[in-house]
Design a protein around this ligand. Structure first.
Ligand code: V3L
Length: 86
C-alpha cells in the first residue's frame, strides 16, 4: 500500500506475504473496522480473524496461522503466497 505496509501469514520460521488481491481485501475490511472476514484463497474459504489476528480454513478451524500487518521492508518475508520470490 502507499504507506509501505502489507499483510502476512505465518509460515515455518517466517512470514509469507498475502497475494495482492487478498492483501487489498484485508486492508479494506481492516480499515472499515470489521472484526473478521471470509476470503477465498487458493480455492479455499478462509476465516480471517482481525481481532485475534489469525486465519484458518472455514472447513477446518483447527489449524490456525498467525497473521500480521507490517511494513514490507521489516517483515523479513519468505515470499508471496507460497512463492519464494523477492
Ligand atoms: N495464502 C496462500 N496460501 C495459503 C494461505 C494464504 N493466506 N494460508 C494457507 N495457505 P492451512 P512453510 C503455506 C496454504 O493453514 O515452508 C505457504 O504459502 C499453505 O501454504 O492448513 O511452512 C507455503 O506454500 C499450505 O500449503 O490452511 O513456511 C507452504 O505453506 C496450505 O494452504 C509452506 O510454507 C494449508 O495451510
Amino acid at each position: 500500500f502507499d504507506d509501505g505496509y502489507s499483510w502476512f501469514y505465518e509460515g515455518v520460521n517466517g512470514w509469507w506475504q498475502y497475494d495482492d488481491r487478498t492483501s487489498r481485501e484485508l486492508e479494506i475490511y481492516h480499515k472499515a473496522g470489521h472484526s473478521s472476514c471470509e476470503l477465498l484463497i487458493a480455492g479455499y474459504v478462509y476465516i480471517i480473524d482481525l481481532m485475534n489476528m489469525v486465519q484458518s480454513r472455514r472447513n477446518d478451524r483447527t489449524k490456525k496461522r498467525r497473521i500480521k500487518r507490517d511494513l514490507i521492508n521489516l517483515a523479513g518475508r519468505k515470499g508471496v503466497a507460497g512463492l519464494k520470490i523477492l
